[in-house]
Design a protein around this ligand. Structure first.
Ligand code: NAD
Length: 470
């Protein structure tokens, strides 16, 4: 697998300041794919300076000019689609079909949406005797996780560019090759030198240095709630803007009268896609007591359609987890579920293959709301089925975690589903299988974060106001 031995800073690949390196492993067979430099505070400083130098000219580029460059970036993503999909599959272990459709398809749609928004967004508004200018926040420090290695990057870079901001990206340790390929795409799209910069490295070193750097005006972070707290504290102490897209424990609420088979099939797919490593995965299925055993049987049947396999095989629907630590963590949760008395319906903690970071698709029934597996984000192919007596109890269970990122409601009619969704403490709710919308604001209530990504709301995160009175 191709890797750059440097950082993309100021429009070119430059050697790292230090000698530390990060190994990138193939999660399907544990083999070494490549090594990339692990940057430190010196690389971050060089990159932030490059972003600051490029800021005035990029901020002054008319929106149509910025839109054209984002459009060109989208075109490069399209042209290099297969290369991106192969890279995501290699370092994340995502099945190749899912990599093509979602890991690359979604960022292409997101880039296209921000190319359009940059051209059409009203960067100026009139309020009474004032003209309000919506100006770029400045230099953005973007820190991203590994679970959607291209999407998370594009969901920050495209709106930042549309707003007129410049950036430094610090991608996750496990998936730097996708980020390097993205830097190549930025270059090819003719985005001016210094507007986008890439520093690979570890979170505690390069990530911390970026979050704390005085030359960064906004820290946009996607990752775990634990790290988000630290970044929020660092940014708060520096009176710096911060956006935090954090963990989730989303509920899939199936109300009586809903199409149970359809709800179960979609719900199981939602959890098994990306090996359960989606922040908004619907990991808690809530079913009325009268339909409970029927739902358990349907779930067991649906999960049988997700055997683990080689992610490069087009027939595979469930690949490995990203790394050994993640696999061990997920298996420990499965053991905990058994110990706390949940009924194991499918899967379990045993390794399905001799090599690779695989976890068997696992389903627990008789899960009660207080159990660890019903409260904590597992981030693996593990589904819990919980029973409720009435809608109030379903709501208490759905809202009964510290998280509030995604969710779904299934009902006989939209009105009933929407009435329930209005009472949910969460940032997104899919109604009767509603599809992902790249223009709808994405982000969390409660401990799932601060701020929104995607669409006009996502663009607004990268803007600040200046009011001129007349
Ligand atoms: P993580 O928090 O461990 O790491 C995320 C990023 O932060 C990585 O780039 C990492 O290097 C960096 N980092 C780690 N420690 C740091 C520090 N002290 N200072 C600065 N940066 C640091 O998360 P992860 O394991 O890579 O990703 C999984 C998590 O991301 C899950 O909790 C998931 O729910 C969450 N997530 C949330 C969303 C969302 O939109 N809300 C989307 C995807 C993933």
């Amino acid at each position: 697998m191709k890797a750059h031995d440097g950082m993309y800073i100021g429009g070119q690949w430059r050697p790292a300041a230090g000698r530390e390196r990060t190994a990138v492993l193939d999660p399907a067979d544990e083999r070494l794919l490549a090594e990339v430099p692990a940057g430190d505070a010196r690389d971050v400083d060089t990159a932030v300076r490059a972003a600051r130098t490029a800021l005035p000219a990029w901020a002054a580029t008319p929106p149509a000019g910025r839109a054209a460059r984002i459009g060109a970036l989208r075109d490069v993503l399209v042209a290099r689609r297969a290369e991106f999909a192969d890279t995501v599959t290699a370092e994340l272990g995502s099945p190749i079909g899912f990599s093509e459709r979602v890991h690359v398809g979604s960022p292409i749609a997101v880039a296209a949406s921000f190319a359009e928004l940059a051209a059409s967004y009203p960067f100026e508004e009139r309020i009474g005797n004032s003209t309000v200018l919506l100006e770029p926040v400045g230099v953005v420090g973007a820190i991203t996780p590994w679970n959607y290695p291209l999407h998370q990057v594009v969901a920050k870079v495209a709106p930042a560019l549309a707003a007129g901001c410049t950036l430094v990206l610090k991608p996750a340790e496990d998936t730097p090759l996708t980020a390097q390929l993205f830097a190549e795409a930025v270059h090819e799209a003719g985005i001016p030198a210094g507007v986008f910069n890439l520093v690979t490295g570890t979170g505690p070193v390069a990530g911390q240095a970026l979050a704390a750097h005085e030359g960064v005006d906004l820290v946009s972070f996607t990752g775990s709630t634990a790290v988000g707290r630290k970044i929020g504290a660092t940014a708060g102490a520096a009176v710096k803007r911060v956006a935090l897209e954090l963990g989730g424990k989303s509920a899939n609420v199936i109300l009586p009268g809903a199409d149970l088979a359809k709800a179960v099939t979609a719900g199981v797919g939602h959890v098994m896609n990306n090996s359960g490593q989606s922040c908004n995965a619907l990991t808690r299925m809530l079913v009325h007591r009268d339909q409970y055993e029927e739902a358990v049987s349907l779930v067991a049947a649906a999960v049988a359609g997700y055997p683990t396999g080689d992610p490069r095989d087009p027939g595979t629907r469930l690949g490995p987890l990203v790394n050994a630590a993640q696999r061990d963590r997920v298996r420990a949760y499965i053991v905990r579920g058994i110990e706390e008395g949940a009924r194991l319906v499918a899967g379990g903690p045993d390794a399905p293959h001799a090599r690779g970071y695989f976890v068997a698709p696992t389903v627990f029934a008789d899960v009660t709301p207080g159990m660890t597996i019903a409260q904590e984000e597992i981030f693996g192919p593990v589904l819990s089925i919980l029973a409720y007596e009435d809608q109030d109890e379903a709501l208490r269970i759905a809202n009964g975690t510290v998280y509030g990122l995604g969710g779904a409601v299934w009902a006989a009619d939209e009105e009933t589903a929407v009435a329930f969704a209005r009472r949910m403490e969460t940032g997104q709710v899919d109604i009767n299988g509603g599809r992902f919308n790249v223009l709808a604001p994405f982000g969390g209530h409660k401990r799932s974060g601060i701020g929104r990504e995607l669409g006009p709301h996502g663009l607004a995160e990268y803007l600040q106001t200046k009011s001129l009175q007349f």
